[in-house]
Design a protein around this ligand. Structure first.
Ligand code: NDP
Length: 339
């Protein structure tokens, strides 16, 4: 198991998590509505850092804080080993909420646990493209951004789990798409693998406003916001009137004790910009609609997906911490077991 030591202030470090061994009962009582699952793949997601904050009634981000001394949890792909639930039987594959551990006892919940029916695609994809991040890109782009053919789209953290898909969805829609990422390798991926029209390494730009002006001479219609901070400030300066910002996440703020100010926010009034936050949890009831949409593109190789795979539960703390230093190239996941 990966145990949560205590609430975290400042940057998450590997020492905030601890690997622990325990014993598990490999049977669950008949009729208990639970299932014992073996976790195969675990998904490393930035929101997990917010679950490490001390609970604070004034902050909705802390509503589901992890409990010190207990294993952390997140999304994963698992195999049923024993079941006391009528809808699940031994051998079934599923993705959904599980503990960061080799085995979990779960109470399957509709729209939080999904049986896997399509196994002609890589099983690990259910942590990313075919899992929660995929749903995030789908709901965030199509529902929140209200995109139209020919519009200009900017995606930050563009090579990551969510961003790489948003860019590809925007291209399918016939938009002009630019992404930012934190290394040359990632920028090359954006342009050469994911089909972005342009991309830049934000760490090498001394003036983000100028970089955006260079890429968007006529301005930005849609901003898919993954990072916040000074990027958001620069984007607002470059948004076109009636532009839309999908506030998917603001990873640059998650480890800060005091969030940064966004100085140009006042301009959204004059530019008639719509900024909307969203939580994928509210869209998971649309998962089967999403699968019907995305699977043909995946099978026809019209969508591609890059994963960054860490091996073994012991590597999970480093993999999770790495998200906040841009170490992951593509969707970060952990293989706990391959069968
Ligand atoms: P990624 O796979 O993109 O991994 C995180 C990436 O963020 C890093 O690789 C790094 O890329 C970038 N990053 C890290 N720290 C900073 C920083 N200080 N400033 C700028 N960039 C930084 O993660 P996901 O695709 O899983 O998540 C992307 C965003 O979407 C996050 O904000 C996350 O919280 C949000 N999210 C929201 C959901 C929702 O329901 N609203 C659901 C899922 C995700 P780089 O090298 O390019 O800097």
């Amino acid at each position: 198991q990966v145990i949560f030591r205590d609430y975290v202030t400042g940057f998450l470090s590997e020492s905030d998590l601890l690997i622990n061994s325990t014993t598990v009962n490999l049977k669950v009582p008949a009729g208990s509505m639970t299932a014992l699952v073996k976790n195969l793949y675990l998904s490393c997601d930035p929101y997990m850092r917010n679950r490490m904050r001390k609970p604070d009634p004034s902050s909705p981000a802390t509503a589901l804080s992890f409990i010190p001394g207990k294993p952390i949890s997140g999304f994963g792909v698992s195999k049923v080993m024993d079941s006391g639930h009528p809808d699940y039987k031994e051998g079934d594959l599923l993705w959904g909420a599980v503990g960061w551990e080799e085995y979990s006892v779960i109470t399957p919940i509709p729209n939080l646990h999904f049986k896997i029916h399509h196994t002609d695609v890589p099983l690990s994809n259910y942590t990313g493209l075919l899992g929660m991040p995929g749903m995030t890109a789908y709901a965030g782009f199509y529902e929140i951004c209200s995109p139209k053919k020919g519009e200009t789209v900017f995606v930050s953290a563009a090579s990551g789990a969510v961003g790489q898909l948003v860019g590809q969805f925007a291209k399918l829609m016939g938009c002009y798409v630019v992404g930012s990422a934190g290394s040359k390798e990632k920028v090359d991926l954006l342009k050469n693998n994911f089909g972005f029209d342009d991309a830049f390494n934000y760490k090498e730009e001394s003036d983000l406003n100028a970089a955006l002006k260079r890429c968007f001479p006529v301005g930005i219609d849609i901003y898919f916001e993954n990072v916040g901070g000074e990027m958001l400030d620069a984007v607002i300066l470059n948004m076109r009137p009636h532009g839309r910002i999908a506030a998917c996440g603001m990873i640059s703020q998650y480890n800060l004790q005091v969030p940064e100010a966004v100085y140009n926010l006042w301009l959204i009034t004059y530019k008639r910009i719509r900024i909307q936050g969203f939580n994928t949890i509210d869209y998971l009831h649309k998962y089967s609609e999403f699968l019907e949409f995305v699977l043909p593109y995946l099978r026809e190789e019209k969508i591609t997906y890059v994963e960054d795979v860490a091996d073994g539960l012991e590597s999970a703390p480093a993999a999770l911490v790495g998200l906040f230093h841009g170490k992951n190239v593509g969707k970060q996941l952990v293989v706990v077991s391959r069968d």
